[in-house]
Design a binder for this molecule. Structure first.
Ligand code: ATP
Ligand code: MG
Length: 199
């Protein structure tokens, strides 16, 4: 799947079906050309990636590489979004991809008002060269604004009907039910739907 750096991307799938594995491959590929900053909410999957201790002291002008900010609570997520917005939008030469694995830990339906900078990053960030990638097991719980902004959507297998119906605009719910482990469908708003073998 060819990805443009400033697009919004959502990745869905039941636990252990391959979301983070997919993310890792694409994160390290993208990071050869653009900095990728993970808002690390799961705190287990990216242990080799260097940690940003202080977001205000981080060099947001960095050109490439993968970095992560450990997000232990809602306030950390708010801080990450606010500083990312201020630093990236203040200079048009700065670009980055922000990755949120397990986004539903903090942001569920209609909870985006608690995260105003997340909304700004998602709705307005593309114009400033900011890419946003979300992953979650529960698309039915994801705030609708986040989902509707996504031009790329990837889905691994999911059993829950509610979750499959939540993304029925992109994929046939039966197709998502019948996917084998590690296989996925990808939707791109320019080229449509395609099925992919394991990475
Ligand atoms: N294409 C693949 N080939 C081989 N192993 C894979 C593949 N995709 C995932 N795995 C392995 O399967 C396990 C689960 O994958 P992964 O961590 O990506 O799941 P996940 O969808 O992110 O689950 P969770 O929602 O629980 O975080 C991992 O040990 C991973 O290394
Ligand atoms: Mg995962």
């Amino acid at each position: 799947m060819q990805l443009e750096a400033n697009k919004r991307l959502a990745i869905f799938g039941k636990t252990r079906k391959g979301k983070t594995y997919w993310l890792k491959k694409h994160i390290f590929e993208a990071a050869k050309h653009i900095p990728v900053i993970i808002c690390d909410m799961k705190l287990a999957d990216f242990s080799k990636v260097p940690i940003i201790k202080d977001l205000t002291k981080f060099d947001w002008n960095v050109k490439t590489g993968v970095y992560r900010f450990r997000c232990f609570c809602e306030d950390d997520l708010r801080k990450f979004n606010k500083i990312a917005w201020e630093k990236l939008v203040s200079s048009k030469t700065r670009r980055a991809i922000l990755v949120y694995d397990e986004i539903s830990v903090y942001i569920e339906n209609n909870s985006l008002k608690k995260f105003p900078y997340m909304k700004k990053l998602t709705v307005l960030g593309a114009a400033f060269g900011i890419g946003i990638w979300y992953a979650t097991q529960r698309p039915a719980m994801l705030d609708k604004t986040l989902l509707s902004e996504c031009k790329y959507v990837v889905s691994f297998q999911m059993d829950s009907e509610r979750d499959r119906l939540a993304i029925a605009n992109y994929f046939d719910p039966d197709d998502i039910m019948n996917l084998k482990k590690y296989w996925y469908y990808a939707y791109n708003d320019e080229t449509g739907v395609s099925k992919h073998a394991p990475i």
